[in-house]
Structure formats: C-alpha cells, structure tokens
Design a protein around this ligand. Structure first.
Ligand code: SF4
Length: 231
C-alpha cells in the first residue's frame, strides 16, 4: 500500500489551480502523499464510471446545479440560494417527480415544512418517519437502562432499513434525508436504492449545525474536541 492520502495537509493549489483553461495542472511539486500522484490507477478506474450515460448526465447536472448556486457580480462571485432550493432545482433538472423523505421524529415539524415546500413545487412526496414499525428497541438488543425515556417506558427503535425499503418499494426517484442519527443514516444510505441527498444532519446541541462545534473547537467552548485520546 502506498503512502496514505492526506489532502487535508495540502493547500490544494495543485488539483484546483488558478490557471487558464488551455493549461494543464502540474503535479511535479505536489506533496508525496498526494493521491492524484499516487493513485492514478483508481483515478482512471473511477473515471470510467462516468462513461455510463446515466452517471455522466447525473454528474453533469450536479455540476450545472453547483454553477447555478453562484452569481457573478461587480463585487465578485456570490452565493445565491440555500440548500433547499438547490435540492429543488436539482430534482427538477433531473425530471424527478416522486421524492422520498426519510426524517427523524425529532425533526417532524421541519419535515412537514419541507414536504409543504416540495409539494408546492409540484413534487409528490412519500415521507417515512424513523420510528416506522414501532418496533421496541429491545429487538436490537438495547437494554432497559439504555432507553432514552427510561427503563419503564416503551421506546420504538429508529428503523432506517424500513424507511429505505418502503421508499424503495414506492419507487421514488430521489430520496432526501432530514436529521437521521449517526449510524442510522449509515444504514439508510446502505439500503436505499434511489439516489439520495442530505438536506439536514442532526446535531442535538447546535441547531443541527455540526460545524458550529468545529468552528468553536479552537476556543474554550469546544476546545475539548481537540484533546488527544489517552494511549
Ligand atoms: S489531491 Fe494532491 S494536490 Fe489535491 S489536495 Fe490532495 S494532496 Fe493536494
């Protein structure tokens, strides 16, 4: 195995250089851990997937959508639209009609608003809550003491596989995730068949903005995030 890729340690000036369209990126001075230099085999193999008409068109429309999220003004390039509009526009570009919405019960209000917005834009939306099935957490080995509301109460497990399977069976064109927990989202992504995007990730203490803790990790409030693990 070659040296591990460490793009975070690089300025990125080699793979997204500021050069004219008729020039070629030069990697002579790129760092030794640069995967563009080291993993030409994988780059070539991965690139071949874009030869599929379907994949190529999806990738093309994603980049067109990316382009349309900016505007050129006399003051320079500016951002234009929030992610919900980006999602709507991308779905429209692809001709998606039926959308799946997999949401967390803790963000049910937000999910309702999103469905309203999507329906007003002409989409049909099939929404499935994470607690679908009302299966008790004991089914997956959770102990009574590990239930959030306490051992005496019934607690339905999050059921992302069922969310995915219902949306698969509904034949949706595109799935949107709102607020699934870490790990539950992993299972949804693993089992869902249609393409999907994440509108919002859950972060219980930052208003669902996990980067807030990252931004604060160099100060006193979330400095603990940067403590080294004990050996
Ligand atoms: S691919 Fe290479 S040039 Fe690009 S960020 Fe990673 S290390 Fe830097």
């Amino acid at each position: 195995m070659s040296e591990k890729s460490q793009c975070t340690q690089c300025s990125g000036i080699f793979c997204y250089p500021n050069i004219a369209a008729n020039q070629h990126p030069n990697f002579d001075e790129a760092p030794a851990f640069c995967p563009t230099k080291l993993r030409t085999d994988i780059i070539g193999e991965a690139l071949s997937h874009y030869d599929s008409e379907e994949v190529k068109e999806f990738a093309r429309l994603a980049s067109v959508q990316e382009f349309e999220c900016y505007e050129h003004t006399p003051d320079g390039i500016r951002t234009r639209i929030p992610r919900i509009e980006e999602t709507v526009q991308f779905a429209q570009k692809n001709g998606f009609k039926r959308l799946g919405l997999a949401f967390c019960s803790g963000l049910a209000n937000e999910a309702r608003i999103v469905v309203d917005i999507l329906e007003r834009r002409g989409f049909e939306v099939i929404s499935v809550c994470c607690k679908v099935g009302a299966i008790p957490k004991e089914r997956i080995g959770i102990e009574p003491e590990e239930k959030i509301s306490g051992p005496k109460f019934y607690e339905s497990m999050c059921n992302p596989i069922t969310q995915a399977e219902i949306l698969n069976e509904e034949g949706v064109d595109f799935n949107i995730l709102i607020g699934l927990c870490v790990g539950h989202d992993s299972l949804f992504i693993k089992y869902c068949q249609a393409p999907m995007t994440v509108l919002a990730v859950k972060d219980r203490v930052t208003g669902h903005n996990p980067l807030a803790a990252i931004y604060l990790s160099h100060g006193p409030y979330y400095g603990r995030l940067r403590r080294r693990a004990q050996a």
